[in-house]
Every structure is written in structure tokens, then in C-alpha cells.
Design a protein around this ligand. Structure first.
Ligand code: NAP
Length: 340
């Protein structure tokens, strides 16, 4: 039997690149969607693998956007939809963030139903912010997860700040996917993956300036000076390699069909990042504030979250925070030294 072919939208993204690498390693053929030939060529050059090809779809939110790409690839049986604005900035919340996310998701599913009925599995990358607001997720007492939804309304997402726009974009895109399946009864089974803050190395080094939003959060620790206070950020994290693998587990396991998978490894705060840097990168600590080195207990304070679907389907021991941070920083050590 020939290898299955998996279509990955947003293939050049931080999470998607790792997913593509892991898919190719497992023997799948991959067709990636990118927004320009330059991005597709760059990814193909990094991957150096004849089982990877790409298609350019420039505007996700256009009706029928994926018809042509999917018609060209009748061999595709699995679709991973990761492309979505992953940003906390926008000039116009609805135009720049919410519509590309929501209509992009609807278009993917419509195209699959219309021109690619052979596709049997669809995985949509949602976000933990579809399950709870950022504030709820940051609260160690929050009880929720795979069975809850962010209370944000569409109007609040449109009229709020860009962080509200992002939260709304993920909630309403995921809801649109579940609604589509309910109303249209397509041939495919749907699974959604809901990652928390994703950290860890890039699949391919591409320069500090092109890091995605969340990877940048970690590198920003090197902007701190000795007398600065440590940012109060405290939330939940997952390693990018585990999040990538979750997408694969999501279509390989029948038990994932129709489920939401909340991928959360543990809890972290910014003090933890500083502590890890001070412990592991001996030439850097002099530049950084000391703060109040954190108690280890913080890592256990997320256990009220419901991530049981993911724990069952993904079924791996997640990468611990210290390794995630060390691997991410090591990748850019030379550039980081230049920043100091
Ligand atoms: P990323 O590196 O910024 O990748 C985003 C991908 O989506 C890129 O391929 C990007 O294409 C594409 N994209 C962005 N805006 C688009 C638009 N308006 N139209 C079409 N394509 C667009 O971010 P990532 O962290 O890997 O995110 C991937 C997915 O994971 C997203 O759905 C995001 O919401 C979700 N997620 C991420 C995190 C996290 O912490 N990183 C957490 C939860 C969920 P270009 O390169 O051409 O811009």
C-alpha cells in the first residue's frame, strides 16, 4: 500500500514546520499550503525531501480558496488546518484576524466536501483560548478545558483589543468547524487541537527576527536588565514538538474522532524562564535580574484543567519546561550573545 498523503495548511508556520518534519519522518507524503512561492521554496529547501510539495493559496478567506489545490491532489486523505493569524496585533480586528480565521476554516471544510470527498480525517488547530479566556487559563483555580468555551462574544472580539480579537478568532473558527460537521455531515471525521502557549525551538533556524509570537516571548527574557522587575506572565505551556505530534496522533487514532484535544504540558511563569537561563547558560546570568527564584510547586497548579482526551490520544510524556527552554535558547545562542 502506498503512503498516505497529508495536506497541511500554513505549512511554513512554527507549529506546522515541526508537524511536516514529523510526518515525513513517519513516511507520509506531505502537500503544504503557503501564501507565496518564495515561502514554499524556502520550506522545500529546508526539508530537502522529495515526499514534500507545496501549493500556493494566497487568501484563505476567499470562497473556494482551496478548490484548485485539492483538485490537483486527489491522493490527499488527511487535512491538517493550521493556518490562522497567530498575532496579538491588528489594525482592524475583524478584517485582519477574525475573518481570516473563521472564513478560512469554513472555506477549507467546504472545499474538502465539494472537491475532495476522499479526505477522511480533518484536524483543525484551535487554541486553549477557545476553551477559556486568557485570564481564566492564567488562573490556577480555573476548572475547564476540553468541555468548556471561552465566554467571549463575537462583538467583544470585534470591539476589544487585538488579544480579544485573537481569542474570538480561535473560538469562532473552532465553533464554525464543529457546526459545519453537524450541519453538512461530510465524509470526514473532525478533531481539534487546542494548544496553550507553545514554546521550543524552530524546526529550522530562520533568524531571531522571524520568530512567531510565542517563541519570541522566551527570547524577550534577554531584553531584561539586572534591575528590571520580572514580567508577571504566568500561564500554561506545551512544547512545539509535542503540539506537532498531537496533530498526527489526532488523525492516526480513531479514538480522537469528534474530540477536542487540549495540549498542555504544565504551568510556567516568567521567573521560571529566568531561573532556567541563570542555571543553564553560565555566561548570561550577570545581565539578568534575579527576582525571586520560583518554587517548583507552580508546575503542578494546572491539574484542575480537563485535558483527558489529549492525554489519552496523544499518550506521550510531554517534554518538560526546562528542556523546552534550553533547546529554544541554544538554537539562537550566538545571536543572543550579540543582543546582550
Ligand atoms: P505562525 O508561525 O505565525 O504560523 C501561522 C501560519 O498561518 C503561517 O503559515 C501563516 O502564513 C499563516 N497565516 C497567518 N495569517 C494568515 C492569514 N491571514 N491568511 C492565511 N494564512 C495566514 O504561528 P503558529 O504558532 O505556528 O500557529 C499555528 C496555529 O497554531 C495557528 O492556528 C495558531 O492560532 C495556533 N496556536 C498557536 C499557539 C502558539 O502558542 N504558538 C497556541 C495555540 C494555538 P505566513 O507565514 O504567510 O504569514
Amino acid at each position: 500500500m502506498s503512503a498516505q498523503t497529508v495536506f497541511v495548511s500554513g505549512a511554513n508556520g512554527y507549529i506546522a514546520q515541526h508537524t511536516v518534519v514529523q510526518l515525513l519522518k513517519k513516511g507520509y507524503n506531505v502537500v503544504g499550503q503557503v501564501r507565496s512561492a518564495a515561502k514554499g521554496d524556502a520550506l522545500a529547501k529546508d526539508l530537502k525531501n522529495s515526499h514534500f510539495s507545496y501549493e500556493v493559496v494566497e487568501v484563505l478567506e476567499q470562497e473556494g480558496a482551496f478548490d484548485e489545490a485539492l483538485t490537483k491532489h486527489p491522493e490527499v486523505t488527511v487535512f491538517l488546518h493550521t493556518a490562522s493569524p497567530a498575532t496579538f496585533s491588528a489594525e482592524d480586528n475583524e478584517r485582519d484576524v477574525i475573518i481570516p480565521a473563521v472564513n478560512g476554516t469554513k472555506n477549507v471544510l467546504k472545499s474538502i466536501k465539494k472537491v475532495a470527498p476522499q479526505i477522511k480525517k480533518v484536524v483543525v488547530t484551535s487554541s486553549a483560548v477557545a476553551a477559556g479566556s486568557l485570564a481564566q487559563l492564567e488562573d490556577p483555580k480555573f476548572v475547564g478545558g476540553e468541555d468548556t468555551w471561552n465566554p467571549i462574544t463575537y462583538e467583544e472580539a470585534v470591539k476589544g483589543d487585538p488579544v480579544a480579537a485573537y481569542q474570538g478568532s480561535k473560538k469562532f473558527a473552532e465553533l464554525a468547524a464543529w457546526d459545519f460537521v453537524k450541519a453538512e455531515k461530510p465524509n470526514f471525521k473532525l478533531t481539534t487541537v487546542l494548544p496553550v502557549y507553545v514554546f521550543g525551538p524552530q524546526a529550522f533556524r530562520s533568524g531571531l527576527k522571524s520568530l512567531n509570537l510565542t517563541a519570541q516571548v522566551i527570547i524577550d527574557v534577554f531584553k531584561l536588565k539586572k534591575n528590571d522587575s520580572i514580567p508577571a506572565l504566568e500561564s500554561l505551556f506545551a512544547d512545539v514538538r509535542d503540539v506537532a505530534y498531537s496533530h498526527i496522533a489526532a488523525f492516526e487514532n480513531e479514538s480522537a474522532e469528534g474530540k477536542r484535544l487540549l495540549v498542555v504540558s504544565g504551568r510556567f511563569n516568567y521567573q521560571n524562564v529566568v531561573d532556567i537561563v541563570r542555571k543553564n547558560f553560565v555566561y548570561i546570568p550577570g545581565q539578568l535580574p534575579v527576582g525571586t527564584p520560583a518554587s517548583k510547586d507552580i508546575f503542578d497548579h494546572y491539574k484542575k484543567l480537563n485535558d483527558s482526551n489529549a492525554r489519552e490520544v496523544v499518550g506521550i510524556e510531554y517534554i518538560p519546561f526546562e528542556k523546552t527552554i534550553i533547546d529554544q535558547i541554544k538554537q539562537y545562542l550566538v545571536e543572543i550573545y550579540r543582543l546582550l
